[in-house]
Design a protein around this ligand. Structure first.
Ligand code: SF4
Length: 304
């Protein structure tokens, strides 16, 4: 049974972002064979390493300098690897249900999630995700909590049990923790994709200056709505697999949205790029490990 969340609208603006900083697996022998043949024709050496497309400085070996897929350019969409064809749709199998949604980590999604053409949630390759029963119950609670929120600030207050209308105390600790992960250094890693470095560079620079004082950080109505929806999708599609804790996924997504809005005030385009980069970054073990280095780090972050 296929379940979708929200309206599936997307228009690829060919930014090349989905071909950078991600591991693209090849799913079967037929796909491996076809990619090997395509590589020979395109002059790409050693196209596959450990079952995933080889990356060069974080970029897929098939990605051209113009940010276009060379397989797509020569043979068309249908001849690309399956995972590339279906992105940014993500399918997660949970029991006998297949959850389908758009990955908010797609750099274009923020621009087209309301206005792009409808994308059919047809037969998709899905990854299986099993959580213990207690986590499944928690997931339902977190999704229920997010469903009734009408702003990122409200959702953060609900998740951190803050009694005021803006989670000042939590965000004060959050920004200190965020500065502590050394985003600048992480982005300087040669294997970090240029798209991630570009999108999060503004936030990394802002974190080197003065951290925000108390008081609400304003997100535009569009940015707020996208971030709230993205938090639901991140939880529902189980996109943070390193820490199977739905509340943590929601909290990191939403606090990241506030951080990106702080780094890019009054600039929805830059916010969108940074936030897409952020929801990718929190899937990385190195970012998660630095943000939440100990079992008690989350409690300390929330309770002080
Ligand atoms: S094969 Fe093409 S679409 Fe897939 S990641 Fe590489 S460049 Fe992107």
């Amino acid at each position: 049974m296929v379940e979708t969340r929200g309206v599936l609208r997307h228009d690829c603006l060919m930014c090349g972002g989905s071909c950078q900083g991600v591991k693209v697996p090849l799913l079967n022998e037929g796909e491996l064979q076809r990619v090997a043949e395509q590589a020979v024709e395109l002059g790409v050496e050693e196209p596959v390493v450990d079952g995933v497309l080889r990356r060069v400085n974080g970029r897929c070996a098939f990605l051209g300098d113009d940010n276009l897929c060379r397989i797509h350019a020569k043979w068309g969409l249908l001849f690309k690897p399956t995972v590339c064809r279906q992105y940014p749709l993500v399918a997660t199998r949970v029991g006998d249900e297949t959850r389908v949604g758009l990955d908010p980590g797609c750099f274009t999604s923020v621009k087209t999630w309301k206005t792009g053409p409808l994308v059919p949630a047809g037969a998709l390759v899905s990854s299986r995700s099993g959580f213990p029963d207690a986590v499944v119950r928690m997931e339902a609670q977190v999704l229920g909590l997010l469903d009734v929120q009408d702003s990122v600030g409200g959702a953060l207050c609900a998740l951190t049990s803050a009694s005021s209308s803006w989670p000042d105390a939590f965000l004060g600790r959050w920004f200190v923790a965020l500065r502590g992960i050394g985003l600048h250094d992480l982005l300087a890693d040669p294997d970090t994709s240029p798209s991630l470095t570009n999108s999060l560079g503004g936030l990394a620079s802002a974190l080197r200056g003065e951290l925000p004082a108390s008081g609400p950080i304003v997100l535009s109505a569009q940015a707020d709505a996208f971030a709230l929806d993205a938090a639901q999708r991140m939880v529902w599609l189980r996109l943070v697999t390193q820490i199977p804790a739905p509340a943590v996924t929601a909290l990191l997504t939403l606090a990241g949205a506030v951080s990106c809005a702080w780094a890019h005030p009054n600039d929805d385009a830059a916010f969108g790029q940074a936030f897409a980069g952020w929801v990718r970054a929190i899937r990385s073990p190195s970012v998660l490990g630095r943000l939440l280095p100990t079992p008690t780090a989350l409690r300390d972050l929330i309770e002080g």
